[in-house]
Design a protein. Structure first.
Ligand SMILES: *Cc1c(COP(=O)(O)O)cnc(C)c1O
Length: 423
């Protein structure tokens, strides 16, 4: 099936007489005739539902759709994008291990790795996504267990050279985990370029309507855990909390997701509610229609901004003049995303004033939904940092993050125009 058909049809496959639309299994528990049957589920001997913290049919249908969109073998939903990235890393890292991470990451992921997981004993080295192969190679250590990066970074919209990063990860016997939130599988499927695991904040384009916080993890099934037995003992040696199951032996290509579900979800419990999974599925049904429109509008807006006298700079990989245009054409020939960054010649003060003048575009802490919105990281998400610290984090003090919606591009441009000119 093509991506459009998967968006609409994949996941829920009703049998004769069953509801046409994916039902919300609003139930924490599932009934069995005998205690022996339920026992087999606990032993992972049989596949089935018993408690929604571990698995729920509504969630599983939506996870299956996302896995199919990414071209993976198995997927799971989490309560948020934060939980997805945490589980994706923690599933193969523990205290004493090390992660190589792109330095251009979403602020939440940056904090997760450099502050919270550090407290848990997982160290992280930051590498510029544009670094040379030698520079990337130099970041690896004997205890490195994975590489983490974003297809398109939030907010700086840097395009990842996925092949370069996948090759570096594989040369060191570890998987590449890619957060594909901004590109979505409509514009880029990282597995086709060598990534092993993909994560999503489904809160963004997948939901698309700013209704429900959620996340997803998809495994390509391509990484050979057994070939690196010593590194990934959690997958290649018996799990005593599951009667000595060896995930990589018993579950083959589904080992990684099975472990994340049966260990991490069991113990940490960041499950997505079935109600939210239902809403996410409605969003997914139009993902293939919305994403191209976001990109088409964003390109028009980026061109308008880049030609405006008051605008100092624009970062949008869709622009031919952008530093990342060539990489974007390689990995995302049909478009990148609806998010861009720009700054005004008047600096921080002018940027803030312009945002306050906007009428159609709202100031909200969100990106990547149907409605055009803006955020000034220096005054909002990165408020506690000095200008010097902002520059180090790649967030210029004048940077406005603009997320273009699916309204008419003319109206979005007219709003920006009046806001720029109302002085
Ligand atoms: C928003 C976002 C996250 C975090 O997701 P939540 O759903 O807000 O927890 C992670 N990665 C990227 C790229 C994001 O944009």
């Amino acid at each position: 099936m093509k991506q459009s058909t998967i968006c609409v049809q994949a996941g829920w496959q009703p049998k004769n007489g069953e509801p046409r639309v994916l039902p919300i299994y609003q139930s924490t528990t599932f009934k069995y005739e005998t205690s022996e049957e339920m026992g087999k589920l606990f032993d992972l001997e049989k596949d089935g539902y018993f408690y929604t913290r571990l698995q729920n049919p509504t969630n599983d249908c939506v996870a299956a759709k996302i896995a199919q969109l990414e071209g993976g073998v198995a997927g799971m939903l989490t309560s948020s994008g934060q939980a997805a990235n945490y589980y994706a890393v923690f599933n193969i890292c523990e205290a004493g291990d090390h992660v190589v991470m792109s330095s251009k990451m979403y602020g939440g992921t940056f904090n997760l790795l450099t502050v919270t997981m550090k407290k848990m004993g997982v160290e992280c080295s930051l590498v510029d996504p544009d670094a040379s192969v030698d520079e990337i190679n130099a970041a690896f250590k004997d205890n490195t267990k994975c590489v983490l990066a974003e297809t398109l970074s939030n907010p700086s919209v840097v395009v990842l050279d996925i092949e370069k990063w996948a090759n570096a990860a594989h040369a060191h016997g570890v998987p590449l985990i890619v957060d594909n939130t901004f590109a979505t599988p409509i514009n880029c499927r990282p597995f086709e370029w060598g990534a092993d695991i993909v994560t999503h904040s489904t809160t963004k384009y997948m939901d698309g309507h700013a209704m429900a916080v959620g996340g997803a993890i998809v495994d390509s099934g391509n990484f050979d855990w057994m070939a690196h037995k010593e590194k990934f003992k959690g997958l290649t040696e018996p799990d005593e909390s599951y009667h000595g199951i060896v995930y990589a032996e018993k579950f083959g290509k589904a080992a990684y997701i099975t472990k994340a579900t049966s260990q991490l979800m069991r113990d940490l419990g960041s499950i997505q509610s079935p109600q939210n999974a239902f809403l996410l599925n409605i969003g997914l049904e139009t993902l293939h229609l919305r994403v191209p429109r976001h990109c088409e509008n964003a390109l028009k807006v980026a061109k308008f901004l880049s030609e405006h006298d008051d605008v100092a700079w624009v970062s949008y990989p869709g622009l031919e003049t952008d530093k990342y245009h060539d990489l974007a054409m390689k990995y995302m020939p049909n478009g990148t995303c609806g998010v861009m960054c720009f700054g005004l010649k008047g600096g921080r003060e002018a940027s803030i004033k312009m945002m306050d003048n906007l009428k159609l575009a709202c100031i909200v802490t969100h990106v990547a939904d149907a409605r055009t919105c803006v955020l000034h990281p220096a005054s909002h998400t990165h408020r506690q940092m000095t200008d010097e610290q902002l520059m180090e984090a790649g967030v210029r003090p004048d940077l406005i993050r603009l997320s273009i919606g699916i309204e008419d591009a003319d109206d979005i441009i007219a709003d920006l125009k009046q806001a720029l000119e109302c002085k």
